[in-house]
Design a protein around this ligand. Structure first.
Ligand code: SAH
Length: 251
């Protein structure tokens, strides 16, 4: 089978935070498949076909991309950040596992990207310098009680937590419920950072405490970081803050 499928992470937004390998895969593709607002971040090329979709059905988008590749096209499927973090690479493998056996013969390459948590952490200081985990706060693809159980466990275990998908118009209350739960486990002074649209022109970074964290400051372009007992704050000369996790964990 001659088709190629590249699953490409576009990075967090800024062009120079996109891997050269991703740029090359996009330039060589005959077809680009993805959510319309991510396709808009890919430079247009004549003779290249673009297949925009809404963000809902990732598996059927993956199947479409696999069918194109199986027909001999050179396909790039795009995701923001890293394609393997809450994104299309999983959907592609899910489609392969349950789909046409011929898809297993395709040349599939996952091209990594800078995930939102790394882009956000870099703007804030070094808050992921010690043990951390990443969670999606969305209950579209898993039950809400599972979200709460995991949040409770990782907060109690002392991890710094990067929360993806914290809030959207369709999911307006979940972040407030998550903060309420965390306030029963963590000290009120625990550092919270909300990093929105990192590396784009409307980037906004806000550092606050768990006691004062205001869920309405987050939207679907926000990465929320919940610090741990180890997280340190440094006041900068200009009044701003850095957050970092020291290399050694407290005993
Ligand atoms: N694959 C992506 C994540 C997709 S889930 C990655 O690796 O980054 C979508 C969520 O990612 C958003 O709700 C938000 O929480 C986060 N996100 C994506 N881009 C972001 C950016 N530029 N700034 C802050 N958060 C971002």
């Amino acid at each position: 089978m001659s088709g190629f499928l590249h699953v490409v992470g576009l990075g967090p937004g800024a062009g120079d935070l996109r891997a050269p390998r991703a740029t090359e895969a996009l330039a060589r593709a005959s077809d680009i498949v993805g959510y319309a607002s991510y396709l808009a971040r890919v430079p247009e090329r004549s003779a290249q076909l673009r297949h925009a979709s809404d963000n809902r059905d990732e598996i059927s988008r993956a199947r479409h991309a696999l069918s194109l590749a199986a027909a001999g096209r050179r396909v790039a499927v795009v995701s923001s950040g890293d394609a393997g973090v809450f994104a299309m690479a999983s959907a592609v493998f899910e489609a392969i596992e349950h789909g046409d056996p011929a898809w297993r013969a395709l040349d599939v390459e996952i091209v990594p990207g800078i995930s939102a948590m790394f882009a956000a952490a870099a703007r804030i200081g070094a808050p992921l310098g010690h043990d951390f985990c990443a969670m999606s706060l969305s209950d579209n693809l898993k039950p809400w009680p599972t979200v709460l159980a995991r949040l409770r466990a990782v907060a109690a275990a002392g991890f710094t937590v990067a929360l993806y998908n914290p809030r959207s118009r369709a999911r307006p209350w979940q972040l407030a419920a998550a903060f309420d739960l965390l306030r029963t486990i963590l000290p009120r002074g625990t550092c919270v950072a909300m990093a929105t649209a990192v590396s784009s022109a409307d980037e906004r970074i806000e550092i606050t405490s768990l006691a004062e964290a205001d869920p309405s400051r987050a939207d679907m372009r926000t990465l929320v970081l919940i610090g741990s007992a180890a997280t340190r704050r440094i006041e900068r000369a200009d009044g701003g803050l850095w957050l970092y996790a020291p290399r050694g964990a407290p005993a």
